[in-house]
Design a protein around this ligand. Structure first.
Ligand code: SF4
Length: 1015
């Protein structure tokens, strides 16, 4: 149908006879107006027939045209779909259910894709036992676009086709006589287990050994002994009243993690009750930081603590520790079945004691009938492989999803022996240390390009489906195995075959749509046969069994929230993510107590806001020396102990900027997390990038907290008092309109967004930080810039230590100090206590209704939205940074540089592949502008538009931000406070609610819930 509509750019165009329009139609490009010709000469000007009006028209038109040309961006070619896929609507996100199972992290997830590109990971809310969608899982989408990935298979360093690769593999496998080891990660996959069994049946000389890079072997042994399954007990802390952890960082990566949400449920005071959490540990962990009573003890003392709690005596323990052990024991006895003990001690008998105790009290928190299947590795078997390769009894090795040349403890000897094996095959995504010397290297796809299945917890099955076509010429390990076993099926068909019995007639499509399927059907899992006497030989227990060296310290090797076992070392989001405890990024380091640091002459000092410098040490363990390890003095570290994170010090297939830290696997002897070491100070000073150098609150009202007793017995005005100001010599609340300098607006109509953060539920895990990165295209700036305090995180998790034993004592000390002595008292209070209380506080733009940033912006680039958001118009911003200076919360980030397509910042935004992760709904900011949290305005607008399109009202609690959606513990609740039924509205009216720095009068739209401790 023809249209009569007429389009025009200026009113002049409506006049068909206009000479200007005609003239311009002839010129594709606007010609320069010869102003000099008639303006420069008075006579010409006088003779000119150009009227003043025409003159202004010309000038106005050409100026506008020139501005348009100046604004034109570089030309980008785009290729339209030849045949547009039905399921892709440009501008609309598609979500697919899938599963991550990389051997360390296991979770049922949702993958958000835009125009065929996966851009974000979300939690699959259909799965109750969805594993742990932690910061690494959120960041794993970026690893898909890692420019260092292998792009094709190779044989002896030459790229080959898959046909050639598979025929070489088959020839070599058939030609190798003697023991060949298939060394794999834990897959927790029914189909892969079945397939490996078929493979090892066909190739009788192939032995399957599962190797968990970070071992849980002793816990598996203990569980296997008791319950006959090689699995891990599952824990649900939601009903627990007393939780006693001995070294187990269950809010971190202990036994695969994923305990946050049930723990958080028990921590929110409900009907006057909440759990009490004791933590006996050496390193300051996330769990210790969240506990009510944290007791720093060395690993050998932890053994004694466990003995005392499970029937033994406290003799031999320091008096202060013995007292708290007795208290914990009494609490456990009182709690009966509502009490639970857990431990990470690398010792089979310790693990057995814990299982026996929990079973004897019928602990409601422990579940053994449906255990977790996420670890299977057996230390004895892995040691036999390591020794077999070195001794020559193993002739060939096929590795899948593991990198033993990097992560085996005595890797020099192993590496040499490995390179001389008859058969070396590495199935890997990257040319890691093992692939570098393997003769056959199979490029495998990322999990977002793969098919797979899982059984993370017994009875809960998950499916993994590709969400993008493979980016490179890769092939799944399972597809190669099918070919080797002479099976012509694809792995996809093979999975469907396995699932016939799992589904028992239910719909495959529905299971694929949901990503999970719950069934009690028994399926095969990877079982590890124990070698003769294997179980008892499997651990030498490091520090626990051997006598300490003189001047020795007990080392606890741990994994960091950001880096885990090190698989994603080349992921800049994770490298830049500050450690929740130390707040340092881009590094691992030895954590020592202040007392040991003084004895050894080790130091830390601040050199800039963001720059922390520290001494170096050599870590000696027998003949093994780990050189030049930086030292970080850690409040709460047990005296006589040190900590060091695994997963760093990778160089193979890792970009130079991300080759950070030292390889602590060197010290992972017998795969035991506890070792005896000595430290020797060496010269030099390490430069840390640390985003928080002010470690204590010094009695200020930043994090409000109270005890459960006071919470239950006193009015909230006593423990959550509103700050008062004086007006006409009368004390009035700071929120009183009388105290307000601003005009208030009626915000009761339409949506008014608020975000509530419960300080009792927030564990400091940092998932929200990475989710915010992914959603909002937050750039990575690198270590040097972080040291200059120029990190770009829109959301940070502040961590505070008390300077006295508790935060309450800090406040008391400050309030009771009078006169000038307050100066020295406050400077003393800048130092954290030896065993401080810890609190976490996520801080992002507080979206103040009376925003101090808005009043100082000279160009009105930041202003207030109708729905409560404080908005940034990047194009208006001229970069004066007045707003950042005037923000009391310090949440505004200035783009000192252009972080995309800039070789100075060679991270994901500097290559085409890495930029595929960018969210097209959010602009990539440029140099010279201020940016900050937008309360994910693109997400709230999407929710509003979806509801409008579907002609319905918005469902309660439908609004989400990236951080609130990512928070497993439910600490963050986002919504519309004008919807009185919404969760956030109820929280807004609750008596634990307060605003950060309320006394400043900014009236934020972010609120916090007072922390309550049950100590
Ligand atoms: S708010 Fe939630 S996601 Fe963020 S650190 Fe706290 S617990 Fe983790």
């Amino acid at each position: 149908m023809s249209s009569n509509k007429k389009y025009w750019k200026s009113v002049e165009e409506l006049n068909e006879d206009s000479s200007i329009v005609k003239a311009l139609q002839q010129n594709e490009f606007v010609e320069e107006i010869p102003v000099d010709e008639f303006l420069g000469d008075k006579e010409t000007l006088e003779n000119s027939s150009t009227t003043r009006r025409d003159f202004l028209k010309y000038v106005g038109f050409s100026t506008a045209a020139a501005s348009l040309v100046a604004c034109e961006g570089p030309i980008r070619k785009s290729i339209p779909y030849v045949v547009q896929p039905d399921e892709i609507v440009p501008g609309e996100a598609n979500y697919y259910a899938s599963t991550i199972a990389d051997g360390f992290d296991f979770a049922n997830i949702l993958v958000k894709t835009r125009e065929g590109r996966p851009i974000k990971i979300e939690r699959n809310m259909l799965s109750e036992n969805n594993g742990s969608v932690n910061a690494r899982v959120h960041a794993s989408v970026l690893s898909l676009y890692d420019a260092n990935r292998l792009q094709s298979p190779s044989v002896d360093g030459e790229d080959v086709t898959w046909e050639d690769f598979e025929s070489s593999l088959s020839d070599k496998l058939n030609g190798t006589t003697g023991d060949v080891v298939l060394l794999t990660q834990t897959f927790a996959s029914p189909s892969t287990s079945r397939l490996i069994k078929e493979f090892t049946t066909k190739y009788a000389n192939v032995r399957h050994v599962i190797y968990d890079t970070v071992s849980s072997s002793e816990a598996l042994d203990a569980f296997n002994n008791k319950y006959g399954v090689r699995a891990l007990a599952d824990y649900n802390f939601s009903e627990a009243e007393v939780i006693v952890s001995i070294g187990a960082d269950f809010l971190g990566d202990w036994q695969g993690g994923g305990f946050d949400s049930s723990y958080a449920k028990s921590r929110i005071p409900n009907h006057g009750k909440m759990s009490r959490h004791y933590q006996f540990e050496a390193n300051m962990s996330l769990s210790g930081a969240n506990s009510d009573i944290r007791v720093p003890v060395t690993p050998s003392q932890q053994q004694q603590v466990l003995n005392a709690l499970t029937g033994g005596s406290t003799s031999g323990l320091p008096e202060s520790v013995a007292e708290l052990v007795s208290k914990a024991k009494a609490d456990l006895q009182k709690a009966e079945s509502k009490g639970v003990i857990i431990t990470s001690l690398p010792d089979v008998s310790a693990q057995t004691k814990v299982l026996t105790y929990n079973e004897s009290v019928s602990s409601v928190a422990m579940e053994t009938a449906k255990p977790k299947m996420v670890r299977k590795g057996n230390t004895a078997e892995v040691m036999s492989v390591l020794n077999g390769v070195i001794s020559g009894s193993v002739k060939g090795m096929i590795t899948v999803g593991v990198d033993p040349v990097y992560s085996f403890p005595n890797n020099e000897e192993f590496t040499e022996a490995y390179s001389n094996l008859d058969l070396t095959v590495a199935f890997t995504m990257k040319e890691d240390a093992t692939a570098e010397i393997a003769s056959l290297v199979a490029a495998t796809p990322h999990y977002l390009e793969s098919w797979g299945d899982s059984q993370i917890k017994k009875g809960t099955f998950g499916l993994m489906q590709p969400t993008i076509r493979p980016l490179f010429d890769t092939k799944q390990f399972q597809d190669c195995l099918l070919k080797l076993t002479g099976n012509s099926k694809s792995y996809y068909d093979y999975i469907q075959e396995t699932w016939t019995s799992i589904l028992g007639g239910s719909s495959w499509n529905q299971a694929l749509h949901d990503g999970i399927y719950v069934s009690d059907v028994a399926v095969e899992t990877e079982e590890m046969p124990l070698s003769e006497g294997g179980m008892e030989n499997s651990t030498s227990h490091g520090a626990m069994s051997s006598t300490s060296q003189e001047g020795g310290l007990e080392l606890t090797l741990y994994t960091k929230t950001a880096m885990g076992d090190g698989q994603q070392a080349n992921n800049p989001w994770l490298q830049e993510m500050p450690d929740p405890i130390t707040r340092a990024s881009w590094d691992n380091y030895v954590t020592v107590s202040a007392a040991d640091a003084t004895e050894l002459g080790l130091e830390n000092h601040n050199v800039a806001n963001g720059g922390l410098n520290g001494s170096y040490v050599n870590v000696n363990m027998g003949d093994v020396v780990l050189e030049n390890v930086p030292v970080l003095i850690q409040p709460g570290q047990a005296k006589g102990s040190v900590g060091l994170a695994l997963g760093y010090g990778k160089t193979a297939a890792v970009q130079y900027e991300m080759q950070t830290g030292v390889n602590a696997y060197t010290l992972y002897e017998n795969f035991s997390s506890v070792q005896n070491v000595t430290l020797e100070k060496v010269s030099g000073e390490h430069e840390f990038a640390c985003v928080q150098l002010q470690n204590t609150m010094m009695g200020r009202d930043i994090i409000r907290e109270t005890s459960l007793e006071i919470f239950n017995t006193k009015d909230h005005s006593e423990w959550n008092a509103m700050p008062m100001v004086s007006k006409d010599h009368q004390e009035i609340a700071v929120t009183d309109p009388e105290a307000d300098l601003w005009t208030s607006f009626d915000r009761s109509i339409g949506h008014h967004f608020n975000l509530s953060i419960d300080l009792n539920a927030c564990t400091g895990c940092g998932s929200c930080v990475i989710a915010c990165h992914a959603e909002n295209n937050v750039p990575v700036v690198g270590k040097l810039e972080v040291r200059r305090s120029r990190d770009m995180h829109w959301l940070r998790i502040d961590r505070y230590y008390s300077s006295e034993d508790t935060f309450g004592d800090d406040t008391e000390k400050k309030d009771s100090t009078k006169g000038l002595s307050i100066v020295s008292a406050l400077s003393e209070m800048e130092t954290a206590s030896a065993n401080p209380q810890v609190a976490f506080q996520p801080v992002m733009c507080q979206h103040c209704n009376h925003a101090p940033c808005e009043t100082v912006c000279p160009v009105a680039a930041t202003s207030h939205g109708r729905q409560g958001q404080n908005q940034m118009a990047y194009n208006r911003c001229v970069g004066t940074r007045y707003c950042a200076n005037n923000c009391p919360y310090k949440v505004r980030r200035f783009n000192w540089f252009l972080y995309s397509e800039n070789d100075e910042f060679d991270y994901n935004m500097n290559n085409d592949l890495g930029r595929m992760v960018l969210n097209p709904d959010v602009v990539v900011r440029s140099r010279g502008v201020m940016e900050k949290c937008s309360m994910c305005i693109q997400m709230t607008q999407k929710t509003i538009l979806d509801a409008k399109k579907e002609g319905r009202s918005i469902k309660g609690d439908e609004f989400k931000t990236a951080c609130s959606a990512a928070c497993e513990s439910g600490a963050m609740v986002f919504g519309d406070i004008n919807d009185h039924d919404s969760e956030v509205s109820k929280l807004h009216k609750g008596n634990r609610m307060y605003h950060l720095l309320e006394a400043v009068g900014t009236k934020p739209n972010v609120m916090y819930q007072v922390k309550v401790r049950n100590s």
